[in-house]
Every structure is written in structure tokens, then in C-alpha cells.
Design a protein around this ligand. Structure first.
Ligand code: SF4
Ligand code: SF4
Length: 381
């Protein structure tokens, strides 16, 4: 459902957050914490990152304050919406003595409203949903939380050097998947910005109808189009997707995997920050009272233990684990879920301590298409 947009100011944006809180949502928004912009609980717009910009490069992230009144002059932080809808740790069931009847632990978190999700975040939720709603890894917590979330997307007008959403078709604008779409129309200097707001759902429409604001004019939409075109032209990176699943599938023995394995620390940062990685471990623990708890925790394909099958790990080398991550994202994901597993947010590039850049690795594989490694274990999965 789309309808005509309205233009609101900072006061109306504050009212929007308050209206969501009044409706019983927990409001999550971008906040500056520990030197990064992350998603935190907010009571209003005062906590949003006014005037902050991010600077990102492979293995590098910093913030600077410009003094502007804009709230969305940054790209993405380390944390995506994934942590909210697919928590890093969940208790699935418990069983208590003496009978040890298994009881599911219901997820009782209040529904969440995310203020300032990025278009790539929406794409990430869609990709995750293919695995966690209908797929073999269906997850009730994800289904409940993502289905009940109210999403206020802020279109991206300040992409980072590490972003490549244009080449993945996921940004910098958003056309669907949101309740309300905001485009920040910046003020000059320290003037307040305005927000071109559009409802994408009935709930979004009801919310916007309750706010004062003027109907959007063609000039507002033209400004939005210009801002997005400028953002797209400043995208720091790109991936050539032509025949990529097949390219990766036929290059499992390419020596480039040896090269990247020399640099990869197998730390798991790339999977922890990725908005679409959904691998999990299930672990049963027992406390001193004898209560058993089954917990689901995020896992990483770069972790040696995650490839343990009866008798030992099936991917014993870093090379095979990095290759598993990259080929699953950009190749096998298509077979399983009909889409790429990557939405081009660039987080894995920024937060890799070794500065490994997946776009560079893919370009190198393409440039050496067909080359074969002679090292031992070239065919190891
Ligand atoms: S693989 Fe990297 S760029 Fe792609 S979605 Fe995951 S973190 Fe973002
Ligand atoms: S690619 Fe980078 S972030 Fe990922 S496991 Fe290797 S060193 Fe860590």
C-alpha cells in the first residue's frame, strides 16, 4: 500500500516516535555508543546521532561530528536489525526434574519499532526470512518478532566507502518492506532538515495521518531522487553479479582461496556483523537443580567447531571455511533460497580485522577464472 507522501519536520518526527511508544512498541533507533552508531532503545529523537558521520574502510571505522542538524548522515553501524529479530542467544525449551517434561519458552519481548533502518536492512530481513520463516531453519522467535515489527526506513544518502548495495539491487532507496519511509532532506549548514515521509502499510498511513505536515510537492520528490542518485554515484564498491554463482561453483580450486586464507584470522567477525548469516548452534546445559535448558546461539562458519560432524571437522582449514562462507553467500544461496545471500551492506569489510574485502576477492576470482591450486586440500569442502 502506497499513498502520497507528506513533509514533516523534526518536531513531527519526535511525535512519530512518541506515537509508536504510545502504541506499545519498544523503539529502537541509531545511537552513538562506544564510538559507533548502533541500534539502541530510544525515547525520542534527542538520542539519534545528530550531526554524526561515519568513516568506513576495510578494517576501519570511525565517527566525526559535523555540527549539522541531520540525523541520518551515516551509512550502517556494526549491528543490523538481525540481532533484534534473531537474538544471539535464545532459550528454546526447558525441562525440570523429576518428570523432565519439555516446555517451550515463549518469546515475550514487546514488539519493536525500528527507527532509521536502512534499505539494505529491509533486504536483509527478506533474505533472512527465506531461511527462518519457510526454510528448514524456521525459527518461531524470528517469525514473531519480524512479523510484529514496525519498520521506519531512512533512505541512505551517505553511503560508506565499503557499501555496494547498488550492485546488489538493495539500495540506496527503498520501494517496499517498510511501514514508513523517510528521506532526510538536509538543511543548509545548521538548519533543521525536513523529512519526506511515505506510508507503506495501513499502520504506517494511520501513523502519518496523525501528524501535522504538508503534502509532498513534486519538488520534494525531485530532491529525493537527486539525493539518491548522488548516493548511488558515491557507492564505494561494486560486485559484478553476472554468472557469479556459476563462477564460484567452478572455482573451488582457485589459488585465490589460498591467498585469502593467508590473511583470514578465522575470527568470525564477518558472520557476526552480517545481517543475513543465520547459522546457529544448539546446546543443552543443566544447572545444579537439574533443570535442562536448550539454547540456540549464533554460530559462524569460520569457527572450526561449527563444521564438526561425527569424528571431526569437515572443514579443517581456514581456506575451506572462508570459501564455504563466500560460496554459500554468493552461489549456493541461490539454489536454496532463490536469491543472493549478500545485500551489499559492506559490514564484513569494515569489521574484518584483516581488512579482507569480499568485493576484491570476487573480482580476483573472476580475473583468475579457471585457475587451479596445486596445494594439498584444494578440493576439501
Ligand atoms: S556478506 Fe558482507 S556485505 Fe554481504 S550482507 Fe553480509 S556483511 Fe553485508
Ligand atoms: S574474513 Fe576477516 S572477519 Fe571474517 S573470519 Fe576472516 S579475518 Fe575474521
Amino acid at each position: 500500500m502506497m499513498s502520497a507522501g507528506v513533509v514533516i519536520g523534526p518536531d513531527e518526527l519526535e511525535q512519530l516516535v512518541k506515537a509508536l511508544l504510545a502504541r506499545g512498541y519498544r523503539a529502537l533507533g541509531p545511537v552513538v555508543r562506544d564510538g559507533a552508531i548502533i541500534l539502541g532503545e530510544v525515547e525520542g529523537t534527542a538520542e539519534l546521532p545528530k550531526g554524526w558521520q561515519d568513516n568506513q574502510a576495510p578494517g576501519s571505522y570511525s565517527l566525526n561530528q559535523t555540527g549539522s542538524h541531520n540525523l541520518f548522515d551515516w551509512a550502517v553501524g556494526p549491528q543490523s536489525v538481525k540481532a533484534e529479530v534473531f537474538p544471539p542467544r535464545s532459550t528454546i525449551w526447558t525441562a525440570k526434574p523429576p518428570g523432565y517434561v519439555v516446555e517451550e519458552v515463549p518469546d515475550e519481548a514487546a514488539p519493536v519499532a525500528v527507527i532509521g533502518a536502512r534499505p539494505c536492512d529491509l533486504a536483509g530481513l527478506d533474505v533472512l526470512g527465506r531461511a527462518l520463516v519457510n526454510g528448514s531453519a524456521a525459527d518461531p522467535t524470528f517469525q514473531r518478532r519480524s512479523g510484529g515489527a514496525f519498520l521506519v526506513v531512512a533512505e541512505c544518502t551517505h553511503p560508506a566507502n565499503t557499501c555496494f548495495c547498488v550492485s546488489m539491487g538493495t539500495g540506496p532507496g527503498a520501494s517496499h518492506g517498510f511501514d514508513v519511509r523517510l528521506t532526510e532532506l538536509p538543511g543548509a549548514g545548521t538548519e533543521d532538515p525536513r523529512y519526506l515521509a511515505l506510508a507503506g502499510t495501513r499502520q504506517g498511513r494511520e501513523l502519518l495521518d496523525g501528524l501535522p505536515g504538508r503534502p509532498a510537492q513534486p519538488a520534494d520528490e525531485a530532491e529525493r531522487v537527486n539525493l539518491l542518485a548522488r548516493a548511488a554515484s558515491r557507492m564505494g564498491r561494486s560486485v559484478d553479479n553476472a554468472g557469479l554463482p556459476e563462477l564460484l561453483a567452478r572455482n573451488l580450486s582457485n589459488p585465490r582461496w589460498d591467498d585469502v586464507a593467508e590473511r583470514c584470522l578465522a575470527c568470525g567477525n564477518c558472520t557476526a556483523v552480517c545481517p543475513t548469516c543465520f547459522c546457529a548452534n544448539f546446546e543443552d546445559t543443566t544447572d545444579l537443580q537439574g533443570t535442562v535448558r536448550r539454547q540456540r546461539t549464533w554460530a559462524s562458519c569460520s569457527d572450526l567447531a561449527h563444521s564438526y560432524v561425527h569424528g571431526g571437522p569437515v572443514r579443517s582449514s581456514i581456506k575451506s571455511r572462508y570459501r564455504q562462507w563466500a560460496t554459500h553467500k554468493f552461489s549456493w544461496w541461490w539454489d536454496q533460497f532463490g536469491t543472493s545471500g549478500c545485500i551489499g551492506c559492506g559490514r564484513c569489510i569494515t569489521w574484518c580485522p584483516a581488512g579482507i574485502d569480499i568485493t576484491e576477492e570476487i573480482a580476483a576470482l573472476r580475473a583468475s577464472d579457471g585457475a587451479a591450486s596445486t596445494t594439498k586440500g584444494a578440493g576439501e569442502r
